[in-house]
Design a protein around this ligand. Sequence first.
Ligand code: C5P
Length: 292
Amino acid sequence: MSELVINAYAKLNLTLDILRRREDGYHDLRMVMQSISLHDTVALSQTDTGEMELKSGADFLPADQSNLAYRAAEAFFASTGISNPGLRITLEKNIPVCAGMAGGSSDAAAVLRGLRQMYAPDMSVAELCRIGEKVGSDVPYCVFGGTALAEGRGEILTRLAPMPACWVVICKPPFGLSTPELFGCVQVKKLSRHPDTQGVIRSLEHGDLNGVLRRIYNVFEAVLPEKYGEVFSIKNKMLDLGADSAAMTGSGPTVFGLFTDEKRAEAACRTLGQQYEQTYLASMVNAEPEKV
Ligand code: C5P
């Protein structure tokens, strides 16, 4: 088995809406998702021992079943009945961790895509997403990629017209945020503002970047505990530095600013980078065309 290397792209939430809390403890969501060029790389090869192994340059990441990439491989072999030859997963991390950018889910999705390429090339993306669903709520979208509407727990996916080209500055404050903790702060009936998701979808269909930019909104911003106020100071800095729009992505705490002007984005990235180590410049990534 020769080595296969796959890019695992980070995601942004152009919108994030919470519709209701479900009986199973999850929430029904409605989100416009977008892949961006900031990515981890996932290499798949075979160990000599026949035992599965996960390696990453980051020693704070688990190398066992608590890593989503490891669980994705187990779920793939269990669902397909194919026997695990002793898979070696090597992660090169660039996406900030515990950041709201689906880094772990994206690594898991890359493992699934790679295993499909190696062992089950006829499997549809929808089938692969169903395996991903067992690993985590964001994994199906990460398998799907590009511009998409994610509903339900995150697993009901609809392809959207691609996001027009623009530049994004990503800035993560020096703390993490727990997704379950933030969901715990939400009382859905008390949310007074919801994103105009339909407006975003319409704007995408018309290739109207400004229409998208003025509708970017994440309901988690409204329930963010005061101790995480730095998120808003980064968002305001992003806007002061010329971002056409800015928001927190996912369950945070990473803030992204979207720029129609590349030079301005580069300058904002340099300025924020002086204060925040985890600051990156990236662009939009479209989905790979393939059978769904
Ligand atoms: O599915 P995943 O393990 O990524 O979800 C992590 C946690 O986020 C869940 O245990 C739940 O608390 C919360 N969550 C939710 N509704 C969703 C997705 C996640 O409440 N749609």
